[in-house]
Design a protein around this ligand. Sequence first.
Ligand code: PHE
Length: 344
Amino acid sequence: MIDQLDDIEARVSAALDQAVDLEQLEEWRRATIGRKGEVQLLTRRMGEIGPADRPAFGKRINEIKASLQVAFEARQEALKRSAHDNDDDDRLDVTLPGRRPTLGGLHPSTLVMRRIERIFGDMGFQTYRSPDVVTDQLNFGDLNMPPDHPARDMQDTFYTTDPSVVLRTHTSGGQILAMQEQYPAPVRVILPGMCYRNEQITSRSEIQFHQIEGLAVGPAITFADLKGTLTEFARRLFGEGRGARFRASYFPFTEPSAEMDIACFLCDGEGCQLCKETGWLEILGCGMVHPTVLWNGGYDPEEWSGFAFGMGPERIAMLRHGIRDIRYFWSNDLRFLRQFQRFV
Ligand code: PHE
């Protein structure tokens, strides 16, 4: 009788392997290890066994039940998994076009700044960083704007709890640091960075914006160098044939000072709303470094001269792309940002 148990186990195990889906598996369970199944009912045949063999017989039945139970669970698991894999909804249709991963893009300000840095880089200018939080002295005093200087009113300043420490209102203070760090000349650097002004936020003015400062110092730098460098820059940034002009202006830290205009993108000089009927768009401020500023940077103005310029990349991007509101730049609206995968 005990020998028969081995045959039964072999047969029932083989039947288990035949179950190809969960339904057949359930049938197998009911017929074998289920409550009224063949294996379960073997216990009832205990009476046909001699008392001496009963313990061994019972033990063997329990072993068979346990191992069949384990085999059943493994089979169930495997069938469930393959049923899931064959699920129509999840099946992979290799003929479908692939799903493109969405690509992030650079911020329009970054794109413009990189373009500008690249152009000046090609002309031998190194990119420098200068700090955003500076002394009043560096932001104004060293740049020929003593405390009572009226030009300070041109830029509303954010002060820290220490009134002698400010958020820079322009990148021009970096000129001083670059000169102090690099002696003797030649100095040829550009200094990009965020600037801050305590102004009413409107479509035309933000409390934070970038500037790119430029500085060249040497033994005999002239206004012709300034014009040549910036004209070439404009040609590279805006393309061949876009008219440019220099207009006299005033900055305390340059003398003489100028502003550079380029022919309006929209009307090409005819006069339109964008250029306020002038035909020209102002893109930067510039001038020959003021002797006092050279001196503060550690350069004797009797021996050295230089030119400097400063521009706002957001402003340039706005003019170039007809962006009507500067607030778009920091509002993180993806509909705006996505339009600038590259700066053309
Ligand atoms: N710092 C000036 C501004 O913020 C720009 C400028 C830089 C002008 C360097 C002349 C020379 O408007």
